[in-house]
Each structure stands twice: as structure tokens, then as C-alpha cells.
Write a protein that binds this ligand. Structure first.
Ligand code: B12
Ligand code: SF4
Length: 508
């Protein structure tokens, strides 16, 4: 156990499909928390990080030397890096164990397990350590939390789901030693979100129980990252940072004397407590990423957003008036949203003075109801799988019933034009105009990828739509069944849908 050699790999994005949010991201914190915890629990181990976002490549590491290779991936990373995954499989030594975690392993363990021995299906620090301990002691892995693997009988096995209580994990700054100049350092201060929006996969990963680190621990963690990287801007990846006002006040107080800037994720209702917003602003919280989703009441209702639609605009304007920059994903793809509705929403974003809207397509994984008894609104056959744009929301990944996928993608692309035109008419302050200009430039870098995706969709959709643009659903479903029917039957045998304990644990 003392001489373990462990490599952690963050898979990267496909170079043909950059978008504004992928360009803005410097690293995903999840794998760093897992690596830091593993290093803490196995102090004698050598834990290294390969960050593909920064251009590091697994082949530049001595792959045959590792006992464990830990890989983190979103769906788009997985399908953009099949060659890399194959290379890892070829180059690792035979006894080396590959463990995959992160969103893709969690929601498509059946795909992750083509390249990994084990997939972690939720929060990952404790399971990673439990698994390594069990394997090193040659004990069974049946008691390891949140684990998926192929059992002795060739069936997919899903161990129990565990939602953890408090957490005090910090990123080990040494793992960032090779970081280039960062424009954001990514960290988390809390985990979980008590809401239950219908489309949300985040709570399936990190749970609905809101848990925080102590403000003091957060300060030590951020100070250490700042010392290591020189970066004083922090991307707080908490699902819903402002869940507890008291905690926000503590954080504000703790960072009053630092010269740090923060961007955090919150809900739009945060605007109702401007006193708190301004208190946080005094400590550097000048930007938020809000789950606005839409201004359309029917869309908000469909998503179980639990917000008052008539308040959306007023709340957003209040942020702008107080010089707070708002980023938000705006979701398209629902049946209520025709081309006209899409254009109206894009225009509204400018009127409501959102600074960075990201226009995205509703996306879901297939088999979620089957595997976990989880809600799934887009049926399996309408999901476009196994492509590098899989679950990369800027790229349409479903067959809508009311318009062709390529039309929806065109709608997403054109929304930016509508938004920027109106936003430049409205925004007069030089600082806000400069922000808009720089955002417009990064959106422009994504144009070629979207155009390429439109061409791909036009080919893909050809057989499945009538001349007037209606989905030939029976044909699509029959084709899906012939391609994935066997996989579904295999997953059916591992289904947790009727395991009440599992479903209850998963929904928490
Ligand atoms: C904050 C956030 C963002 C931020 C910041 C991203 C960043 N710098 O990390 C912004 C807004 C920029 C963003 C952008 C995008 N995001 Co985002 N984002 C999130 C969110 C809400 C939190 C991510 C996070 O860091 N959480 C905190 C950390 C600690 O949790 P974690 O990453 O899940 O890691 C834990 C476990 O997953 C696991 N784990 C992770 N890796 C590994 C590896 C091993 C070996 C093990 C054992 C365990 C393990 O252990 C970790 C600790 O417990 C998640 C939802 C979620 N995860 O809950 C979506 C999410 C990851 N994003 C998603 C997407 C699609 C994107 C975009 C591609 C959107 C787009 N433009 O299309 C971009 C891509 C940017 C990027 N580089 O990832 C999807 C991924 C879908 C998928 N199935 O692949 C998610 C899941 C959203 C959702 N559907 O709920 N995102
Ligand atoms: S508020 Fe955000 S994190 Fe919470 S359930 Fe809704 S979408 Fe998910």
C-alpha cells in the first residue's frame, strides 16, 4: 500500500466544438477533490494529475507505471476521447485498475465500464478510497459506496448509493503546480441543493442535502490555491451557493480583507435580498451564474422551477442596477418553444440585462428511469447518443417533436445575434459594453462548431421527419430498438427501479 502510484486524468473537450463555457473553464474541481482526498488517505502514495484542458496528454505520462488510473469525464469528454481511452487501455500494465468518475460515469456507467474496471456513480472521494483499500486487501468490493462494475456473472452491478454528511475536503495546491496562468480557480464551498428541478442531474450526483465547509477552512484552501497559482478569482461550483443566508454572511465576512473575486451559482430569488447581495459584493462576489432557464411561465412550470415568472425580469434588472454581472443557461427544446418563442426569449435576455446568456438544448441521458428509477422526460429513442457533442448542451442532442434538430440548432445560433443586437442598444456603460464585446468574441469562436453540427444533424435527421417537419416517431423508435434493444435488456436485469431503498437513497 505504501508505494502506490496513482495517475488522475481529466479528459478534455473536442477541439472542433469549443463554446463560450468550455473556453472559460480552467479545470473541473471534482477530480482535484478526489485526488487530494486519496493523497491525504494514502500519504505514501504518489498521486499525479494529467489535465487535458491545459494540453497535457496521458501518453506523456509513464502509463505502464501506475497501479491506479482515475479518470474524470463529462459525456462530451468521453465521446471526444475514445482514442485516448483506448491508448490508456493498451499502455497501462495488466494489473493496473482504471476507475472512472464524474457525470458520465454516474449516468452512463455502462459506457464508462467499456474502458474502466469501476465507475463511481455519485460523490467520489470516500468511494475511491474504500475501493482502493478493498482491492489492496483483496477484499470484495460489494460494500464500496456508489460503485458500478461488471459482476462475476457478466451483469452490471450497482452498489448502494450513499449521500454523505459534512465534508471538509480541500484541493491540494500541489496538484495545480503545472497550471498555466488561470483566469479562474475552481473550488467548492458547499455541496447539495434542496430544490428538485425536473431536469437537474446535479442533485443526482451530489444529493439534496445542503452541506458546507467551515468558512475558516474555505479561507485556508483559497489562500493556498492563490499562493500556488497566483490566481485571485474563484469559480465557486456549489450547486446553489446562497442556499443558507447565514453561511453567505460568514463567507462575506471571512473574505472581507482579501482581494479576491468570485463567481457563484445561485437562484434568481437571490435578488430579493439586495442587502445580502451587496454584503457579498463588498467581499468580491460580483458575478453569478443563475438558473434562469426562461422567462416563459409554461417552460418554468414544466421544469418545476418554483419561481414566480412575473418576477423574472424585475429581479434580473435589480442585479444589473447594482452592477452585478449575470450569466445564465437559457434552455430551448421544449414543445412549447417554437422558433418565434426562441427569438422572443433571446430578445428578452437582453432586455433583462443578462450579460452572458448561454443558449442551450435540453439534454438527458437514456435509461435513467430504468437504471435508477429517476425522472426522465426525454424518451430514450429521442436522445442523440455516442457522438462528441453528447450532452454538450450548446449542441442539439435530441430529436424534438415540433421541429428538426438542425432547426433548433439554427435557433440557438441565431439567438446570440438577436441577443447581442439588443444588448448593445441597451447597455451604455463602457465596462458593460466591454464585457459584452469580449463575450461576443468567445461566442463567435463557437460558430464553426455549431455550423458543423447543423450539417451533421441535417444528415442524421433526414429519414425521421416528414416534409412538413414532423417527427416520424415510430420509425425512430424502431431504429433505436434495433440498435440498443440488447443493451436495454441487459440493463433491465440490473434495474434498481423497483428497489425502494435504492430509489429513496438516490432521490435524496
Ligand atoms: C459548476 C458547473 C459548471 C460551471 C463551472 C464548470 C467547472 N469549472 O467545473 C460552468 C457554468 C462553467 C459549467 C459549464 C459547463 N457544464 Co457544467 N456543471 C457545473 C455543476 C453544477 C457543478 C460541477 C462541479 O464542479 N461540482 C462540484 C464537484 C466537486 O462535483 P463533481 O464535479 O460532480 O465531482 C464529484 C463527483 O462527480 C465525483 N467525481 C468527479 N470526477 C471523478 C473522478 C473519479 C475517478 C472519481 C472516483 C469520482 C469523480 O467525485 C467528485 C467529488 O465528490 C455540474 C453539476 C454537478 N456536478 O453537480 C454541471 C455539469 C457538470 N455541467 C454540465 C455541462 C454539460 C457543462 C457544459 C458542457 C455546458 C455546455 N456549455 O454545454 C460546460 C462545460 C464546462 C466544463 N469544463 O465542464 C453537465 C454535464 C453533463 C454530462 N453528463 O456530461 C452537468 C452534470 C450539469 C447537469 N446536467 O446537471 N458547468
Ligand atoms: S436549483 Fe439548480 S441545483 Fe438546485 S435542483 Fe434546481 S437546477 Fe438543480
Amino acid at each position: 500500500m505504501t508505494s502506490l502510484n496513482i495517475l488522475c486524468i481529466q479528459l478534455g473537450f473536442h477541439e472542433a466544438y469549443p463554446d463560450a463555457s468550455t473556453l472559460a473553464t480552467t479545470y473541473n474541481d471534482g477530480i482535484y477533490y478526489v485526488a487530494s482526498f486519496v493523497q491525504q488517505e494514502f500519504p505514501q502514495a504518489r498521486v499525479e494529475m494529467c489535465q487535458m484542458y491545459w494540453g497535457e496528454r496521458p501518453e506523456d505520462f509513464p502509463l505502464a507505471d501506475y497501479d491506479y488510473i482515475l479518470i474524470s469525464a463529462l459525456a462530451t469528454h468521453f465521446w471526444s476521447n475514445i482514442e485516448t481511452l483506448e491508448l490508456i487501455r493498451r499502455s497501462k500494465r495488466p494489473g493496473c485498475v482504471v476507475i472512472m468518475g464524474g457525470p458520465h460515469a454516474a449516468f452512463a456507467p455502462y459506457e464508462a465500464l467499456r474502458y474502466a474496471d469501476y465507475a463511481v456513480t455519485a460523490e467520489g472521494e470516500i468511494p475511491a478510497v474504500q475501493l482502493i483499500r478493498a482491492l489492496e486487501a483483496a477484499e470484495p468490493v460489494t460494500a464500496v459506496d456508489n460503485l458500478a462494475y461488471i459482476g462475476a456473472g457478466g451483469e452490471l452491478t450497482l452498489n448502494k448509493i450513499t449521500r454523505y454528511g459534512s465534508f471538509a475536503n480541500a484541493i491540494n495546491p500541489k496538484l495545480l503546480a503545472r497550471a498555466p496562468k488561470l483566469h479562474w480557480a475552481t473550488v467548492s464551498m458547499s455541496r447539495g441543493c434542496p430544490f428538485n428541478c425536473s431536469f437537474c442531474y446535479a442533485i443526482r450526483l451530489l444529493g439534496r442535502r445542503f452541506r458546507t465547509k467551515t468558512a475558516e477552512d474555505v479561507r485556508s484552501e483559497l489562500d493556498a490555491i492563490y499562493q500556488q497559482t497566483g490566481c485571485n478569482r474563484f469559480y465557486v461550483t456549489d450547486l446553489n451557493f446562497t442556499t443558507r443566508k447565514g453561511y453567505c454572511r460568514e463567507i462575506a465576512e471571512t473574505f472581507r480583507d482579501r482581494d479576491y473575486k468570485f463567481i457563484a451559482m445561485s437562484r434568481i430569488n437571490h435578488a430579493d435580498d439586495m442587502d445580502l447581495v451587496l454584503d457579498l459584493k463588498r467581499s468580491g462576489f460580483e458575478e453569478y451564474c443563475l438558473g434562469v432557464e426562461s422567462e416563459d411561465p409554461s417552460v418554468l412550470r414544466a421544469f418545476n422551477k418554483r419561481v414566480d415568472p412575473s418576477e423574472q425580469t424585475r429581479r434580473l434588472l435589480r442585479f444589473a442596477e447594482n452592477d452585478i454581472t449575470i450569466h445564465s443557461a437559457i434552455i430551448f427544446g421544449l414543445e412549447a418553444q417554437d422558433r418565434q418563442a426562441i427569438e422572443a426569449t433571446a430578445y428578452w435576455c437582453a432586455e433583462a440585462r443578462i450579460m452572458h446568456p448561454v443558449f442551450v438544448c435540453l439534454a438527458e441521458y437514456p435509461f435513467q428511469d430504468l437504471l435508477y428509477g429517476a425522472r426522465q422526460d426525454i424518451e430514450d429513442h429521442r436522445i442523440i447518443m455516442e457522438v462528441p457533442t453528447y450532452q454538450h448542451y450548446s449542441f442539439v442532442g435530441i430529436f424534438p417533436r415540433h421541429m428538426r434538430p438542425s432547426e433548433l440548432q439554427r435557433g440557438i445560433l441565431d439567438s446570440y445575434g438577436i441577443f447581442f443586437k439588443r444588448a448593445f442598444e441597451i447597455e451604455q456603460r463602457p465596462q458593460r459594453r466591454a464585457r459584452l464585446k469580449s463575450y461576443a468574441r468567445s461566442v463567435e469562436r463557437g460558430r464553426a462548431g455549431m455550423e458543423q453540427h447543423i450539417r451533421f444533424l441535417e444528415e442524421l435527421e433526414k429519414p425521421y421527419y416528414t416534409v412538413s417537419g414532423t417527427l416520424k416517431e415510430d420509425l425512430l423508435k424502431a431504429d433505436f430498438d434495433s440498435r440498443h434493444g440488447e443493451l436495454r435488456s441487459w440493463l433491465q436485469r440490473s434495474s434498481k427501479r423497483s428497489d425502494i431503498e435504492f430509489v429513496k437513497g438516490y432521490a435524496r
